[in-house]
Design a binder for this molecule. Sequence first.
Ligand SMILES: CC(C)(COP(=O)(O)OP(=O)(O)OC[C@H]1O[C@@H](n2cnc3c(N)ncnc32)[C@H](O)[C@@H]1OP(=O)(O)O)[C@@H](O)C(=O)NCCC(=O)NCCS
Length: 247
Amino acid sequence: MFDKLKAELDLIMERDPAARSRLEVYFLYSGFKAIRSYRRAHWFYQHDMKLIARYISQRARHKTGIEIHPGATIGKNLFIDHGMGVVIGETTEIGDNCTLYQGVTLGGTGKDTGKRHPTLGNNVLVGSGAKVLGPFRVGDNSRIASGAVVLAEVPDNATAVGVPARIVRLNGKKVVDDLDQIHVSDPVAQEMCRMQLELDSMWKVVNELTRELKTAENSAEDESEEAEDTEEMKDIQESVPKGGERN
Ligand SMILES: CC(C)(COP(=O)(O)OP(=O)(O)OC[C@H]1O[C@@H](n2cnc3c(N)ncnc32)[C@H](O)[C@@H]1OP(=O)(O)O)[C@@H](O)C(=O)NCCC(=O)NCCS
């Protein structure tokens, strides 16, 4: 039993460079205390003494700021660093050697019944303030960045960041995002451009019609001048006396 305790304390010291001695971890680390309380509460939960189980869990929450439902299933060597604000839901499953930072929620979305909380594989790290919501799996060796909101399955060996979380690293390689977030086309500028093109073609038609109208007016003027000239000629011809005719 003491060997197991010693191993647990050593593991925390290994993962937290700020931890100076086993004694410090044992007496002062809220994550360590919360997990020990959880183990007790979980025993009562499994033996159908759910009220006692919840009592232990709520007392631990009061003392440490970490709420672990006694129904959750937690593997070996879970490390909760700092701890305040961590919530682990009833149907959560956590594999071995996982690390959670402060403010992490392993919860439900409120839409599911039965299994409604996430399952973490082995060696998963969940950064401070991250929310993992829903009954899906976060794969082995995956990392959830601080502040991320994870709403869908995360594969093994992946890094998920952002809200909602997207995979940015898979098996140590950068995942290329097809969408260029910087050079995104501006829909307003595109619309303005389309309107300008339409306006140009309308002006072209208007100019052509004006030109045709002017040509038609000019030719009508010419025709009327010609008709006037012919009329004048006729008058002159009529006024001139015909050959051989004398007054
Ligand atoms: C995600 C994390 C685990 C690093 O994982 P990693 O696989 O080594 O990822 P990288 O550091 O290579 O970062 C991958 C990408 O995610 C980005 N990223 C890292 N952390 C991020 C975060 N919290 N939010 C948004 N983007 C983040 C990086 O800028 C990088 O972007 P790029 O692809 O444009 O280069 C780490 O950044 C993290 O968030 N750790 C939690 C630590 C914590 O909570 N500490 C609290 C101590 S009190």
